[in-house]
Design a protein around this ligand. Structure first.
Ligand SMILES: NC(=O)c1ccc[n+]([C@@H]2O[C@H](COP(=O)([O-])OP(=O)(O)OC[C@H]3O[C@@H](n4cnc5c(N)ncnc54)[C@H](O)[C@@H]3O)[C@@H](O)[C@H]2O)c1
Length: 316
């Protein structure tokens, strides 16, 4: 069992800390907000301000600091300040401590922005003197504790083998599929996960408007398409990348349905963008009728495709 320090005792920090505590690990929290530190202390948890931390105690340090978007830009100032504290702390310790970034950050942040801060402040090298990993959080705000307890997937982007092995063992008791990858892949997975969710919601919002215009039940349409469209239940359908859709159905139906909507005076922005994106790609790459005909790209070979495929429900 490990001594774990949670840096940033907010929603994700507390869900993470409480989840690992239930698996028998010893958890301390550090936060710059004295009110939060006080609240946690009153709950009987060990919480402190940054200057009270004994950095030599910890096997794993998890960064769960806020990364707000201000004026459409991701602000990394809080995370960088917290990382600098951790780096200075590592300088005082002889342990192989693993630093885990759990905040949502743009791809390359861990390797290109946080690693140099840690290495410079600690006077040490990531992957040799300390471990560095990116382990995004997929929990939902409203059900954060339950989501952490029963994750459907765990993504571990470690920069070295020892760190990957230790974190894999830490997460095994939670029972989810574990995907091992690089820190940048882990950061990308988190953003693509959220953006894909947003795309799907926006798409079905537009479908809802069209259904309302036609006087039909959008809930029935959405719920049925969730079963009928292969992309909804086959986790690999259309995810390989680099090849435009072709064949007899998708090109004609996308263009035809867009004109049908426009004739009714309705926008279908998601469909317009889909057609434009496909046409642009088709100018340089030949379209295919069946996405299964596409060979997996080199990067996909490192993913546990067999495990992902096993998640897909069988077609009736
Ligand atoms: N809330 C969610 O449902 C959710 C889900 C997945 C991912 N995330 C991501 O996780 C990260 C944390 O989100 P959250 O909702 O827990 O944020 P939060 O605002 O609830 O908590 C962040 C905490 O970090 C503390 N903090 C700021 N600077 C610090 C520093 N230098 N040292 C120590 N503590 C510091 C703040 O005082 C605050 O208590 C963000 O990157 C967010 O995008 C959030």
């Amino acid at each position: 069992m490990f001594n774990i320090l949670i840096v940033g005792a907010g929603v994700v920090g507390q869900a993470t800390g409480k989840g690992f505590a239930r698996k028998g690990h010893s958890i301390d929290y550090v936060d710059i907000d004295p009110v939060k530190v006080n609240q946690l202390t009153q709950q009987g948890l060990l919480a402190m301000l940054p200057d009270q931390v004994d950095w030599t105690r910890y096997d794993v340090i998890m960064l769960t600091v806020s990364t707000p978007t201000i004026n459409n830009r991701v602000v990394l100032d809080y995370l960088e300040a917290a990382t600098l504290n951790v780096g200075r702390g590592l300088a005082t310790s002889d342990k192989f401590t693993i630093v885990v970034v759990r905040s949502t950050v743009p791809p390359t942040t861990t390797e290109r922005r946080l690693r140099p801060i840690l290495e410079r402040a600690a006077g040490k090298t990531a992957g040799i003197d300390f471990g560095l990993a990116m382990n995004p959080e997929f929990l939902r705000q409203r059900s954060n504790v339950q989501d952490f307890e029963r994750p459907w997937i765990t993504v571990l982007g470690a920069s070295d083998r020892l760190t990957a092995d230790i974190l894999t063992d830490m997460y095994k008791p939670f029972g989810s599929l574990i995907v091992n990858c690089t820190p940048t892949e882990a950061e990308m997975i988190k953003y693509v996960n959220n953006i894909y969710n947003a795309l799907k919601i926006s798409y079905f919002n537009e479908v809802h408007t069209i259904c309302e215009h036609l006087g039909i039940d959008s809930k029935l349409v959405g719920a049925t398409v969730a079963r009928s469209a292969e992309s909804m239940w086959n986790p690999l359908y259309g995810t390989r990348g680099g090849v435009p859709y072709g064949g007899t159905c998708l090109p004609k139906d996308t263009v035809g349905f867009l004109a049908f909507c426009q004739d009714m005076g309705l926008d279908h922005l998601m469909l317009e963008a889909t057609i434009a994106a496909n046409e642009r790609l088709a100018r340089t790459v030949a379209p295919v009728a069946w996405l299964d005909e596409v060979e997996p790209t080199a990067g996909m070979h490192s993913l546990p495709l067999n495990k992902l495929a096993a998640l897909a429900p069988q077609a009736a």
